[in-house]
Design a protein around this ligand. Structure first.
Ligand code: SF4
Length: 133
């Protein structure tokens, strides 16, 4: 997807407000662009399916809130997983000769992740995210 530098900056900013989104005037202010320029960016991002523009009454006038439709992806939840460096990786899977359902290394890794509170929290967040989709 082709994007201008300004669009990329807008997306970076919007991702910081993943849940609530950001009033478009606040975004223009943070980007240092005029409202006309900002509106063009918002419309482009909406057409690309990156944000939705929700009508909202704020600061005594009707405006739009830009709510990101994309999410930041982090590899943190799978850090330390045994599979990437496993010698059976190429033959492990549903049609492979090795089954991950019987893998002691995978089981140990999952259990150790649950023992650490921060990892447990990450897994819960990940599960909740999966349930929303
Ligand atoms: S599930 Fe187990 S055997 Fe399969 S790739 Fe991961 S660590 Fe290796």
């Amino acid at each position: 997807m082709k994007m201008s530098k300004l669009e990329k900056r807008a997306i970076k900013l919007l991702l910081k407000y993943e849940d609530k989104g950001l009033l478009q005037s606040e975004l223009w202010h943070k980007l240092g662009v005029t409202s006309r320029e900002g509106s063009r960016i918002a419309i482009k991002l909406e057409k690309k399916g990156i944000v939705k523009r929700v009508k909202e009454f704020a600061k005594d006038r009707w405006t739009r809130r830009l709510v990101p439709l994309i999410r930041q992806v982090t590899l943190d939840p799978i850090k330390g997983a045994p599979c990437p460096s496993c010698m059976y990786n190429s033959v492990c899977g549903r049609r492979g000769t090795v089954s991950p359902t019987k893998c002691i290394w995978l089981e140990e890794w999952v259990l150790s992740a649950y023992k650490s509170p921060s990892e447990t929290q990450k897994i819960k967040v990940q599960e909740e995210g999966l349930q929303e989709n």
